[in-house]
Design a protein around this ligand. Sequence first.
Ligand code: NAP
Length: 253
Amino acid sequence: MTIFIAGGTSGIGYALARHYLEKGYQVGICGRNPGKVPHNTFENLKILQADVCDMDSIAAAVRSLQTDGKPLDIFINCAGSYAEDVAGKISYEEAEEMLQTNILGTANCFEVARKAMKGQKKGSIAVIASVSGILDYENSSLYTKTKRSVIQISDAYRRALKPFGISVTAIAPGYVDTEKLRQLNHNDLHKKPFLTDEETAVNIISKAIENREKLVIFPTKMKWMMKSLSLLPSFLLNMIMFRKAQWMKDNRP
Ligand SMILES: NC(=O)c1ccc[n+]([C@@H]2O[C@H](COP(=O)([O-])OP(=O)(O)OC[C@H]3O[C@@H](n4cnc5c(N)ncnc54)[C@H](OP(=O)(O)O)[C@@H]3O)[C@@H](O)[C@H]2O)c1
């Protein structure tokens, strides 16, 4: 099996790479700064420099994995840009990077993956959205709106790629205990409910891809909380989410 993971050089992406490497699969990972990957002790791991905002660089990275006409079995896009924008402190540069990476980057990854897989008549594509993208409410953050777009872009590609035997799985995780999440929160995750560790996240994500599921929301408690909130009238949902954002902002330096 050959797996390509865009945004696989740290966090959830790198944890997924290790999972597939331990199964003996051929894995390619990329990021803008591949130097941050710990010393490579895996024979089957190829570390590449590529930016999801530059489709040609992603296509070249995928091609370098497909030597001898090897099929591409799984393409996972974990690349994402997130900032602590609940406090309304997001800068123009952060907003631009978020829009480019999360929206344009998602579309670029789908395009590269579908071109690589189309002739094979099989394959699985997965993208990491966020549980925050499940709810539709007026005052959601820019990050939430980009992740909602990721889920919707996935829906469109799922329909289009079904006749070619290619599955599309959108993953909507709640908080996952990665170094990046810790950095953004000054190592204080006490306001991150239902926190999931990387290993549990990897097991859920890899199983969902294997089962060709459409959308996976985890952890279960977060999923049910979102489902219950989605039943509320919009004014009430807006108010609750505003209060939650205020609560998260409290005590922030
Ligand atoms: N951790 C959570 O609580 C959580 C919850 C819900 C959803 N998510 C989503 O899960 C994904 C992974 O998050 P994480 O916590 O594992 O963060 P992370 O460690 O920062 O992982 C992001 C990965 O994407 C790469 N990347 C970023 N921009 C890129 C670009 N333009 N082109 C190529 N690679 C790029 C990063 O490497 P470089 O910076 O070197 O390029 C890194 O390898 C993100 O999409 C995030 O939105 C995370």
